[in-house]
Design a protein around this ligand. Structure first.
Ligand code: PLP
Length: 448
């Protein structure tokens, strides 16, 4: 199957990709960007505004990736840009405390269940630090995570399930020592019995359970009603900390993240929370925060060490703060409406083309799983893995050819911004039927 349009339409991207491959492993600085999961040439983006990306060949795309979540207000938002330019004019890094980092921390503490927050530069750093803090606070080593949840490339979290439930896990990639993942338990998502069994066997050794507040890294697989509350309660019963990873959902699905959506309703409160993406407004900023007594263990107040040269960088925190202040309830209501509209249109197009599928939503994040046979629900990573990725590849490339940039992998959430207005959404809706027909024509898993 050809995965690219005629060469002259991707010539510049292809040339840049060749140069990049000569000097960077795989030609990219983060693996999914290489298009390995969908084939073809990654598009090198030269500029973006609102909901649109423009590549090196001058082709325009409606962006349904939004930098993997951060661009809640769309690209090059004039007020964010102005604030950033003003910040840059005063210097870009001092290695001292600054006003915008205090104000960003106040904004986060004001909107979420955390008492105190520490700013870092990436989501990976946030989860890595939260886990160290949980271990330092509890004096225990074991960490529980779920298969299909991604928390950044932290050694102990790049773990694959061991031979049975509640057994300790093995490294998920070369380069991670068995000693790192040997203290991690990997369980199936949404599976209360597996959680009960793991805590029954190891409860007094578990420092924390870390979960995506609503997973988007195996495609969108929302928690079953009450699941987060159950996790929080189970952790509390065993003296372990409940770490809610809101790097993706935080300030994206609501003014305070997934906790704001169902935490208040279901009554769950995390002990520690990690944030990233939207709170950096398109710059490298992330955070972890939580209970005052737990955060009090962090250096220099307490003994658990953590630090960063560029942590709380004044330009990044200005971008994040400006973004959060502009992210009003109306912004979220608009993105929710747009997400519902596109999820329904995607569902309809796939149904009309006869593609067995599920479009699942978690707040305003959603994704489509394309199968060979009807599937009732995707509840965990095993369910997600039953999709036929050949169908997604065909769907993706048809959308790309029609000027819509979807995530270049079947295991990712689709993201919208407040810049996705009716005219932009129309362009996506118009492209869907042909993409759905392309997916229908892709080979079934057994036929390959
Ligand atoms: N946690 C979650 C839920 C994420 O989705 C990601 C990245 O996608 C991370 C952590 C890691 O963040 P970063 O890529 O900024 O290191």
């Amino acid at each position: 199957m050809s995965t690219d349009p005629p060469a002259h339409l991707t010539a510049e991207s292809a040339a840049l990709f060749a140069r990049a491959q000569a000097v960077t492993p795989g030609g990219v600085n983060s693996p999914v960007r290489a298009f390995n999961a969908v084939g073809g040439t990654p598009r090198f983006i030269e500029r973006a505004a609102g909901a649109l990306l423009v590549d090196a060949d001058g082709r325009e795309y409606v962006d349904l990736v939004c930098s993997w979540g951060p661009m809640l207000l769309g690209h090059a938002h004039p007020e964010v840009q102005a604030a950033v330019q003003e910040a840059v004019s005063r210097g870009t890094s001092y290695g001292t405390p600054t006003r915008p980092e205090v104000e960003l921390a106040e904004e986060i503490v004001g909107r979420t269940p955390v008492d105190k927050v520490r700013l870092v530069s990436s989501g990976t750093e946030a989860t890595m630090s939260a886990i160290r803090l949980a271990r330092g606070f509890t004096g225990r080593d074991l960490v529980v995570k779920f298969a299909g949840c991604y928390h950044g490339h932290v050694d102990s979290l790049l773990a694959a399930a061991g031979s049975g439930l509640a057994t300790l896990s093995v490294p998920g990639t070369p380069g991670v020592p068995a000693a790192s993942t040997g203290a991690t338990l990997v369980l199936p998502y949404n599976d209360r019995e597996a959680v009960e069994a793991a805590f029954a066997e190891h409860g007094d050794a578990i420092a924390c359970l870390v979960t995506e507040a609503s997973p988007g890294n195996m495609g969108v697989v929302p928690p079953l009603p009450g699941f987060n509350a159950f996790l929080a309660e189970t952790c509390a019963r065993h003296g372990a900390l409940f770490v809610s990873d809101e790097v993706m959902t935080g300030f994206r699905v609501s003014r305070s993240g997934q906790w704001g959506l169902d935490g208040a309703v279901e009554g769950w409160t995390p002990d520690l929370v990690t944030f990233g993406k939207v709170m950096g407004g398109g710059f490298p900023a992330a955070a972890f925060g939580g209970r005052a007594d737990v955060m009090g263990m962090l250096s220099p107040e307490g003994p658990v060490y953590q630090a960063g040269t560029l942590s709380g960088n004044p330009v990044a925190t200005t971008a994040g703060l400006t973004t959060l202040r502009l992210a009003t309830d109306e912004v979220y209501a608009g993105i929710d409406r747009a997400a519902d509209l596109l999820a329904e249109a995607t569902d309809k197009a796939l149904s009309e083309a006869g593609v067995p599928h599920l479009v699942q939503s978690g707040g305003n994040m959603f994704s489509a799983f394309l199968f060979d046979d009807e599937v009732a629900e995707v509840r965990d990573f095993d369910d997600a893995s039953s999709q036929n990725v050949e169908r997604y590849k065909a769907f993706f490339h048809s959308m790309l050819d029609q000027g819509v940039y979807l995530p270049p992998s079947a295991y990712e959430a689709w993201f919208l911004s407040s810049a996705h207005d009716d005219a932009i959404l129309d362009r996506v809706v118009t492209a869907l039927p042909a993409a759905a027909r392309a997916a229908a024509a892709a080979p079934a898993r057994g036929d390959r």
